[in-house]
Design a protein around this ligand. Structure first.
Ligand code: HEM
Length: 150
């Protein structure tokens, strides 16, 4: 199913999609980095309380709205006539990587809640490794959607 009225807006929707995904990725890159440093701040300290404010604002005011906008404009692109015409194996691999990225967003939210409630038990090393996950998924997503190899 496609919506004919979207066709003249294709490039505007794609531009909005790319801007939203850049903001989403910025939050998914920065939050685990904050957690790496938050691990070094003693529970209840001024530094730990400041990290809590930064993490809450980054997640609620940027990262989550950007996730919603990326999905919204992505779905509008799928509904635009001609975008998924012909073979689009690339889109299936992209969507799987995007679902994993959305799952990672969920994990990042759960980790933030643990810090909020002063019950984080994960290490700096854990968050440094976790920080690589969105990088790998971003590479897969962009190669699939730009190169469209199959
Ligand atoms: C959330 C669900 C998503 C859906 C349903 C979706 C769907 C799409 C569709 C249908 C296109 C148009 C392809 C074309 O014009 O040929 C597109 C373009 C694009 N998408 Fe997504 N996308 C999603 C998420 C993402 C994410 C998370 C990223 C990056 C992290 C991303 C990066 C891009 C890029 C860079 C383009 C432009 C490609 C080009 O101009 O050649 N998308 N997306």
């Amino acid at each position: 199913m496609t919506i004919a009225a979207l066709a003249p807006l294709y490039l505007w929707i794609k531009a909005a999609h790319i801007v939203s995904m850049v903001a989403w990725m910025a939050g998914l890159f920065y939050l685990p980095r904050l957690y790496v440093y938050h691990c070094t701040a003693p529970v209840g300290s001024e530094m730990s309380e400041r990290f809590k404010v930064m993490e809450r604002r980054l997640l609620r005011q940027i990262t989550t709205p950007a996730l919603i906008a990326t999905w919204l404009f992505g779905i509008l692109l799928v509904l635009t006539p001609g975008v998924l015409a012909g073979q689009h194996g690339w889109f299936h691999v992209k969507l799987l990587a995007v679902l994993l990225l959305t799952g990672f967003h969920g994990a990042v939210s759960r980790w933030r809640r643990d810090f909020m409630e002063d019950r984080n038990t994960r290490t700096e090393r854990f968050y440094r490794i976790a920080n690589e996950i969105p990088t790998v998924l971003l590479l897969i997503i962009v190669v699939m959607v730009v190169v469209k190899p199959f």
